[in-house]
Design a protein around this ligand. Sequence first.
Ligand code: HSE
Length: 436
Amino acid sequence: MIEYRNLRVALLGAGSVGSQVATLMLEHSDELAARIGAGLELIGIAVRNVDAPRPDTVPRELLTTDAESLILGADIVVELMGGIEPARSYLLQALSSGADVVTGNKALLANHGPELFDAAEQVGAQLYYEAAVGGAIPIIRPLRDSLAGDRVQRILGIVNGTTNFVLDRMDSEGESLEAALAVATELGYAEADPTADVGGYDAAQKAGILASLAFHTVVPASAVHREGIEGITLDTVVQARNGGYVVKLLAIAERIVDPISGEDGVSARVYPALIPRTHPLAAVRGANNAVFVEAEAAGPLMFYGAGAGGVQTASAVLGDVVSAARRHVAGGPGVGESTHAELPALPIDAIRTRYQITLSVVDQPGVLAAIATIFSEQGVSVEAVQQGAPGGDDPTATLVIVTHEETEADLAATVRELEKSDVVTRVVSVLRVEGL
Ligand code: HSE
């Protein structure tokens, strides 16, 4: 048997994921070499500060602040620094020198993916990014390879652990959003700036990556409609529970027909939505992630597991390192980016979905008829109405109205009319209903 030379691996970043990648790569080196058919040599770990506290399993002698020299000597560059710069420049340098790249950097891929894929293609290098979406969950490779013979129709993903943890605590423990977020931050789930989680920015980057892969089209983060969970109150969560729903921050990627052109396009969007408690995604608790894929031939598939965490995400990174290393040993080009479909990314106005509108109304005869007239004048069809009992001396009642599938524009016009109506004291919440 031919003995293949050791493959040189440069690691950029030794934070919670990077230090676990280094640890596992060194601890499991014999096993990895047997699986690859060549050894992996960790030639160095580029960090900003060599004196920052790290686990003892990360050898101090491998730490360097000179990332550029490290990249020059590598066959595989693993980037786990996060952020756009200098990560982008380092990866372009690595790819232009012919090294394969493994990254977990969702922000970089969502904003500069095409530039990196082009650089890789020019030299026949590979770009792997399983860790960028869903932490430990294998979802990039299933979409890119396993489902390459099928047609994906829709993806519904819970791809942000922090917001799922927060919404789950509100639902199961009756905690406020602020209290639950403080726990998530303490447990280390949240991004350095939790606005990235709560505002849906992290999920939007992941939605763009999933939509691009699923629909063979470039969908940058800027084309993803984004709404966060800031406005979700405990009352909304409790009321959803009473109605048989749970509130989840969903990342949705869907192939739909553009109502204007009549042509197919891609809708990528992130917003808090109601899903029935019987839907498989409703069972995703705590900081876990899940991606529910609906494919034409395969039908519904669900990928579930730890969406964050150092050692869990390191598993996905190491899987990519093994893939890159195997290609070095076997030779030949790998899989490039697939963007042949070139579908337009459609605005939120192109979608049709169901809505739940909660109203505080005057509790007197004729109110229901007045509300029904507003819906019918806007051409919005009501599927169900539920009336909550007024509390004590409260002169108002709560009406919860669920519509059939409608457009965003018709829904917005209806809400505007409801706000103007004398019988409506307040539009309490408007939420989309998904997963039906
Ligand atoms: N802050 C992210 C989350 C980490 O909560 O899911 C993983 O991307």
